[in-house]
Design a protein around this ligand. Structure first.
Ligand code: NDP
Ligand code: 2IT
Length: 448
């Protein structure tokens, strides 16, 4: 079933045994281990020092109770998580996700991916992730604030600018980071701006952080198109999701001359053949916190397909920007049928292993999230730099840095894939390049 080097089978079996039932974590680990065939052959010292086995075991896993009182006066209990995955390259760094599907296996898969992603940015950040099974949908602003305050009342003792630096992810944006930072500041009596990223522009945030993951995704995919003598101009693009990553991916794709014809949320998708009106999407999602179906109510040119698959919409470029395993073999086959040539993952692990196989077999150029969406965390590291130097940079300067980082990651993926005998394979390139960076640091630091 799997294609593992014989030296890695024991490692994978240990991961399955130690993390029983955590299927998303198993999936993320298997994908990376399968990429390491040539690495094991060329660099046996990694196996000899058990680096690969150590990399699969988080340094620390924190699970805590989050009690809070809802607007009816009823006590609610959620579970909070923070997984300190790997600190070989720097303080743990990675987002917080608030979504009812969150459990330890989701946080571990995200922390594992984050470790290699952060290494690919070339910046001094280790890997971590956290969150809660709290469901923000339908909650009032006051409830969100009370939840964030309670969450931070426990989390604060585990984080710090040199220890672990959380940020946003699904269900956690600027509003939540504000409430979290406010509570951290109050408990510690210190204005330690570098403890969280994704902050607002008037209180230590960085220009372009909000836009960074979506813009970075499109910068990466632009490099993929360029590598084949093509461009975004006039392309049909489909973007799943309509949250932070999706919105700014749409914005940059449109700026590059693409026509984005569809976006979605967990209830369905909208198609607008003339091109998605992004101001309307922002109004519905960022201001009203509503549903994407409202788009089709406001625009007669658009249709909302409830519960359907957005991958049925024909396109040249598909950017999955919603969540893990949202693009299955069936979805991939539909994309191929619709003529897709490029798939770049704005989300973390949105394509299933079978989906990736379908894309590869059809000759679609496919690049994985840990490379494509690394612009978000890279700009978080730029925010940390600004906080450390008590400086703030212009939008243009920060955006140029982001653009350069994304081009660097793209080129590194292709060069590494070449070097290890898998030309054009972005999955192999990203996994190997990220792995080597972390593994070499771990070797140098002794048995840690
Ligand atoms: P948001 O919460 O802003 O938006 C999430 C979007 O995805 C919403 O449209 C949401 O729809 C949809 N979605 C979430 N869960 C599901 C689900 N189970 N099924 C279908 N649709 C779903 O999150 P982000 O935009 O920040 O994150 C999107 C993806 O990008 C995630 O995979 C995240 O890990 C990844 N990412 C985020 C980064 C960041 O900087 N924010 C950086 C790198 C990666 P609905 O409103 O209906 O739930
Ligand atoms: O998945 C991710 O890279 C993020 N959610 C962003 C993490 C960060 O620390 O900016």
């Amino acid at each position: 079933m799997h294609h593992l080097h014989p030296a890695l089978i024991g490692t994978y079996e240990t991961v399955l045994r130690r993390n029983a039932g955590e299927v998303e974590f198993h999936q993320a680990v298997l994908e990376v281990l399968e990429s390491l065939h040539a690495v094991v052959e060329k660099r046996p010292e990694y196996v000899e020092a058990s680096i690969i086995e150590r990399i699969c075991e988080p340094e620390r896993q924190i699970i805590f109770r989050v009690p809070w009182v809802d607007d009816q006066g009823v006590v609610q209990i959620n579970r909070g998580f923070r997984v300190n995955f790997n600190s070989a390259l720097g303080p743990y760094k990675g987002g917080l996700r608030f979504h009812p599907s969150v459990y330890l296996g989701i946080i571990k898969f995200l922390g594992f991916e984050q470790t290699f992603k952060n290494a690919l940015t070339g910046m001094p950040i280790g890997g971590g992730k956290g969150g809660s099974d709290f469901d923000p949908k339908g909650r009032s602003d006051a409830e969100i604030m009370r939840f964030c305050q309670s969450f931070m009342t426990e989390l604060y003792r585990h984080i710090g600018e040199y220890t672990d630096v959380p940020a946003g992810d699904i269900g956690v944006g600027g509003r939540e980071i504000g409430y979290l930072f406010g509570q951290y500041k109050r408990i510690t009596n210190a204005y330690e701006a570098g403890v969280l990223t994704g902050k607002g522009l008037t209180w230590g945030g960085s220009q372009a952080r909000k836009e960074a993951t979506g813009y970075g995704t499109v910068y990466f995919v632009k490099e993929m198109l360029d590598a084949h003598g093509e461009g975004f101009d006039g392309r049909r693009v489909v973007v799943s999701g309509s949250g932070n990553v999706a919105i700014y991916a749409v914005e940059k794709a449109q700026e590059f001359g693409a026509t984005v014809v569809a976006v979605s949320d967990s209830n369905g998708y909208v198609v607008d053949e003339g091109g998605i009106d992004l101001d309307l999407v922002k109004q519905i999602k960022e201001v009203q916190r509503g549903r994407i179906s409202e788009y089709a109510v406001a625009r007669t040119s658009a249709r909302h397909i409830a519960g359907g698959s957005i991958w049925d919409v024909p396109c040249d470029v598909a950017l999955p920007c919603a969540t893990e395993n949202e693009l299955s073999a069936e979805g991939a086959a539909a994309l191929v049928k619709g003529g897709v040539k490029y798939v770049g993952e704005g989300a973390n692990m949105p394509t299933t292993p079978d989906g990736i196989r379908v894309l590869h077999e059809a000759g679609v150029h496919y690049a994985p999230g840990k490379a494509v969406n690394a612009g978000g965390v890279a700009t978080s590291a730029l925010e940390m730099q600004q906080n450390a130097s008590r400086d703030s940079w212009s939008f243009d300067y920060t955006d140029q840095r982001l653009h350069k980082i994304m081009k660097g990651i793209h080129d590194n993926c292709l060069e590494t894939a070449d070097e290890f005998g898998q030309p054009g394979d972005y999955v192999a390139g990203a996994n190997i390049a990220g792995f080597i960076q972390v593994a070499d640091a771990m070797l140098a630091l002794g048995v840690i």
